[in-house]
Design a protein around this ligand. Structure first.
Ligand SMILES: [Ca+2]
Ligand SMILES: [Ca+2]
Ligand SMILES: [Ca+2]
Length: 224
């Protein structure tokens, strides 16, 4: 085991990433993640886990946004407020909201105490990006990420917007799936909210890379 050496190397990389972000006048999330990405690109799966604490990534940001009450737990009614906030319509008798919120709690509230904690929330990492973007060790396959971007960015604008995400999701649903439009709308709105970290209205390659790094780190930390 070269654990010691590895840890030192990781620290140096992290220092470089921190230096790079300190130089930025505007310490925005995208600038920070850009520097982190550069460091992560050279890292293995385990090193990545040390570089990135899931709570410091877009997953942590997303968690804190959904946890409106700030009590470190997401309750079912906070999920519904979040769905409304990102513009998802409730549908007949609010069925869309209640169905999505039920699924959210069912899938993530592992100890069924009515609260999804940050630890439990880590499992959502699996749903943010397709599994084929990662190799068996959980490393991000950056070339595939580029291809994924090209495939979804139909108009070549350099960003994946709502329409592109909606159509991409819809065309991937099984032929006999019912309510395709609703499912694609929910997925596109939640996907955009989760991945478009600077809220520009489209997901850029840098944002995809940051998301993939966060997913890899969450997996390495055992969150999914
Ligand atoms: Ca809460
Ligand atoms: Ca729980
Ligand atoms: Ca586009």
């Amino acid at each position: 085991m070269s654990g010691r050496l590895q840890a030192e190397e990781v620290e140096q990389r992290l220092d470089r990433a921190n230096d790079a972000s300190a130089e930025q006048l505007n310490d925005s999330t995208s600038e920070r993640t850009g520097a982190l990405n550069a460091a992560l690109r050279d890292s293995t799966y385990e090193e990545g886990a040390q570089l990135l604490n899931p709570e410091d990534t877009l997953l942590g940001d997303l968690f804190r946004r959904i946890d409106e009450s700030g009590d470190q737990g997401i309750a079912r009614d906070e999920v519904i407020s979040h769905l409304k906030r990102v513009g998802i319509k409730g549908g007949f008798l609010g069925l869309v909201h209640s169905t999505v919120a039920d699924k959210f709690m069912e899938n993530l509230d592992l100890n069924a105490d009515g609260q999804v904690t940050m630890n439990e929330f880590g499992a959502i990492a699996q749903e943010l990006l397709p599994a084929e973007l990662f190799d068996e060790e959980g490393n991000v396959k950056y070339e595939d990420l580029d291809a994924f971007m090209l495939r979804l960015d139909v108009d070549g604008s350099g960003g994946i917007d709502y329409d592109e995400l909606y159509k991409g999701t819809k065309s991937n649903l099984p032929e006999d799936q019912s309510h395709k439009g609703t499912i694609a709308d929910v997925a596109a709105k939640l996907g955009l909210d989760g991945l478009d970290t600077d809220a520009s209205g489209a997901i850029t390659l840098e944002e995809l890379q940051a998301a993939a790094a966060a997913v890899a780190a969450t997996r390495a930390a055992g969150g999914g």
